[in-house]
Design a protein around this ligand. Structure first.
Ligand code: MGD
Ligand code: MGD
Ligand code: MO
Length: 780
């Protein structure tokens, strides 16, 4: 392909224009056509050129010697030739001795945008060409919804596409009642890319049209100032009680829509019996809800009346289902929507996970663009994504998931490409322990994250701005050329080339490459995209012309979309894909699973740390939502991310009253702790966070001090404090938002952050390294 003049690049947080000087990226700026470009672009140049960038393949010294601890070991840099030899030998050994179902390469994570160079797809295609691997199912984002919704309303992935569009809400809704808000910081991002950030303009239109917003959230800014929302902060984990208080009020006041419930739902009688306390002796009244949640009973009652007398949409943020028993707020959101009887009407009903990305309710893709085929995986075993530590610690053990009993595989080899489990998983000390068990761990990374430091073999890879690709967001309408703006630094390589070479050494090159070069693949994927566009009478230019031009916008397939309107119009002709074809407020199927933590109808459970009495020692609720300054942990050492850190630590939001009684001042370094772990963070005092709660952004690279109590994290990763118990045995989803902690001033000499630097490299002689590798390869 010819060199071209396009400065474009695409990331999950939007498109950017790249400036290069002396062969290095010096800045990335938003596109002028984007009304609200993301400042996350500012992390790119600084991080890609930063100290933590991986320069060369490396191997853990303890692994070569049969000693040491993963996460806490030195590395030795090796050549690509040596890395290929090692990996080819290890892969062959593990496959021969234990079979392909001992290779875990679920490799969960967002990696980078781009249709061809998608890190997970590349790895999975490579492994599928060599007998397969165990993968993971679901996501950390909204897994409770993915598994629960098909039982009660239908496929959640379809719901996301069918979300009522924001202009429809602006035109038709009177009231939007939000549980967990609709954080605009999160709408910077959409999986695979977003060419235009529309949320802010759509929210402004709602306000201009007089739509009222109520925000049940511990963090006031989960509703943008634009919305002028009424802020009702509940105790975290008590939304279900509030929803039940609202539902109880509707029921006893006779404000529920019985005709709708009869026609479109099943099982309401059982829910009503429970709400009235006939089954357990506890009426789920507004008063009961107020005692649990801290929100006033009067307001719960009056809000129920407002909701019944207005065109109302009830929403539940993804964060609210990322909690203990996170299935319940979803089920109650559906129940409230059904009781109000407005499901399927413009601007009425319910919607889960608005605010989870830039595009939901704003735009959808018109067609599926070309993508790299992952091939066929002969291994059928999978695990729910958030059971990674559970799997590694319990090979061969049975577990419950979605009504089935399954068995964990015995993972001898783990390969991660494009994700950061030592940021994303809960209870990192447990994960650290679990990561000691496999025989071999391989990680492909840009940077020396904690995950890279748990690998035995580390492969340095190219960033999206260092390879040629094109971007199309999963739910977006833009096609974006992504030319390579610079070469990968030092010895970093494009992952496709790594797998092609490995396949060649394993005698199976064609199964992976199909004889195509990178350029041939891009041509193929683009032709598939052109064909899909043709079916909609859209004629795309050829690849060369596209790559040197601007991005291309396509229309929203359904700009007037109203969620579940077809079902409402004719429930017989358009039944839901549930057992009854209706909305299941009671699910016989779930009831038959006989799960103590997820019965057949929405049920109130207090969060686990409360139930186990943790609040006596650790009285503060820890929230750990998505960071405004980056995508998860990506480019955490970049300029925008570090600009908001406090004395180098991740900021933790503390209510001034909670700070005062603990002697904490704004800007102090503080220590958060509970029985599971401890970390440092930088205090930011603000009344935006409800009293009794702390908010520590996720994604600071875990920086354990192995000499300190609980391997204290120097930097501020909340997952040293969260538990790994998951939502329930129905969906086994991450419950990251449910944890109790305490916080204190940190009075010792603050330790320097280490994780944004490179690890320690041992300088072994070339012949010494070669001998050790030779031994390893021969031994294998
Ligand atoms: N406490 C708490 N924990 C949470 C959450 C929470 O709210 N609270 N949220 C959860 C959610 S919703 C999610 S989705 C997860 C996110 O978890 P992840 O998706 O694992 O987080 P990322 O930081 O995006 O990790 C992507 C990694 O891929 C690397 N990478 C980028 N491009 C490439 C590439 O081309 N090739 C390779 N090999 N690597 C690449 C990046 O450097 C980065 O380290 O976190 C979850 N964890
Ligand atoms: N800038 C940026 N944007 C992102 C991401 C990012 O990393 N950075 N990640 C993207 C991804 S992968 C995802 S999945 C989405 C996540 O989108 P969400 O899941 O919606 O985001 P969170 O920030 O985890 O949670 C939203 C809010 O829920 C509130 N909350 C937590 N627990 C409770 C509770 O018990 N009750 C109530 N009422 N509220 C509660 C918290 O105050 C939190 O701010 O964001 C996406 N957007
Ligand atoms: Mo997510």
């Amino acid at each position: 392909m010819q060199q071209n003049n396009s400065k474009l690049t695409s990331n999950h947080w939007g498109i950017g224009l790249v400036e290069v000087a002396d062969g290095k990226i010096v800045s990335v700026k938003g596109h002028p056509s984007d009304p609200n470009p993301s400042e996350i672009n500012k992390n790119i140049a600084s991080s890609l050129n930063g100290n933590a960038r991986i320069s060369n393949p490396a191997v853990r010294v303890g692994w070569l010697n049969g000693t040491g601890t993963r996460g806490h070991d030195d590395y030795v840099e090796i050549s690509w030739d040596q890395a290929y030899d090692l990996i080819a030998a290890e892969l062959t050994r593990v496959r021969t001795n234990y079979g392909n179902d001992s290779i875990f390469a679920g490799s969960y994570g967002w990696s980078s945008a781009g249709r061809f160079h998608h890190a997970q797809s590349q790895l999975k295609r490579f492994l599928n060409a060599h007998g397969g691997f165990v993968r993971s199912e679901g996501n950390y984002s909204y897994n409770a919804a993915l598994v629960l919704m098909p039982h009660i309303v239908g496929s959640f992935r379809d719901h996301v596409m069918q979300a009522t569009r924001w202009p429809v809400i602006a035109q038709h809704s009177d009231l939007v009642v939000m549980f967990g808000g609709m954080a605009t910081r999160n709408t910077q991002v959409s999986d695979g890319g977003v060419v235009k950030h529309r949320m802010m303009d759509n929210m402004k239109a709602c306000r201009a049209a007089g739509v009222k917003f109520v925000n049940f959230s511990p963090l006031q800014r989960d509703a943008d100032d634009t919305l002028d929302a009424e802020w009702l902060p509940p105790k975290p984990g008590t939304d279900v009680a509030i929803m039940m208080g609202l539902a109880h009020t509707l029921l006893v006041e006779g404000l529920h829509d019985q005709a709708f419930l009869d026609k479109y739902t099943v099982g309401f009688e059982k829910v009503a019996t429970y709400l009235l306390g006939k089954s357990d002796g506890i009426a789920k009244s507004a008063k009961w809800a107020a005692e649990i949640s801290g929100v006033s009973a009067d307001r719960i009652r009056s809000l129920a009346i407002d909701m019944a007398s207005s065109r109302t949409i009830v929403t539940c943020a993804a964060g609210v289902q990322r909690t203990d028993y996170g299935e319940q707020p979803l089920w109650m959101t559906v129940t409230l929507g059904a009781m109000l009887g407005q499901i399927g009407l413009p601007g009425g009903g319910f919607m889960c996970c608005y605010g989870v990305n830039a595009n939901i309710g704003n735009i959808e893709r018109l067609f599926r663009p070309g993508a790299l085929s992952q091939g066929r995986n002969p291994v059928k075993n999978t695990i729910p994504v958030a059971m990674i530590a559970e799997m590694l610690l319990n090979p061969g053990r049975d577990y419950s998931y979605n009504g089935q009993t399954r068995t964990f595989p015995d993972a001898k080899m783990v390969w991660w490409a494009g994700g950061n489990p030592f940021h994303h998983h809960q209870d990192l000390l447990r994960l650290h322990k679990a990561f000691q068990s496999p025989q071999t761990i391989i990680v492909n990374e840009l940077n020396w994250t904690s995950t890279a430091r748990h690998a035995d073999i580390v492969l340095p890879v190219a960033a999206p701005q260092e390879r040629t690709d094109f971007g199309v967001g999963k739910s977006d309408n833009g096609l974006v050329p992504m030319p390579a703006h610079t070469a990968p630094p030092a010895a970093a390589k494009i992952e496709y080339n790594i797998y092609a070479e490995l396949s060649r050494r394993l005698g199976n090159e064609n199964a992976f490459t199909e004889g195509r070069s990178e350029t041939d693949w891009l041509e193929k994927l683009w032709q598939e995209t052109q064909r899909a566009a043709n079916a909609h009478n859209i004629h795309l230019p050829d690849l060369e012309e596209f790559m040197s031009g601007d991005f291309i916008s396509l229309p929203d397939p359904s700009p007037q979309q109203v969620f579940l309107s077809d079902f409402r119009a004719d429930p017989n002709a358009n039944p839901l894909p549930t057992p009854s074809g209706k909305i299941e407020l009671f699910s016989q199927r779930i009831s038959d699973f006989d799960l103590p933590d997820c019965p057949g109808h929405p049920t109130w459970f207090p969060m686990r740390d409360l139930a186990t009495g943790q609040d006596k020692q650790h009285p503060l609720y820890l929230l750990s939502g998505q960071p405004e300054t980056r995508l998860h942990s990506q480019l955490d050492n970049g300029d925008f991310s570090t600009s908001r850190k406090v004395k180098g630590r991740e900021p933790v939001l503390i209510h001034p009253q909670d700070a005062r009684v603990r002697g904490i001042a704004d800007g102090d370094i503080v220590e958060l702790f509970n029985d599971r772990g401890r970390c440092l963070a930088g205090a930011v005092l603000t009344e935006e966070i409800a009293q009794g709660c702390l908010f520590l952004w996720t994604g600071a690279w875990w920086d354990p001090d192995f000499d300190a109590e609980h391997m204290r994290d120097r930097h501020g990763n909340p997952n040293v404090l969260t538990h790994d118990l998951r939502t329930s045995s129905l969906t086994q989803s991450s419950a990251a938002h449910s944890a109790l902690v305490d916080v204190a001033p940190f009075t010792q000499q603050p330790p320097e952050i280490q994780i944004h630097k490179k690890p320690c490299f041992k300088s072994l002689s070339r012949s010494d390294i070669q001998n050790k590798i030779q031994k390893k390869v021969e031994h294998d």
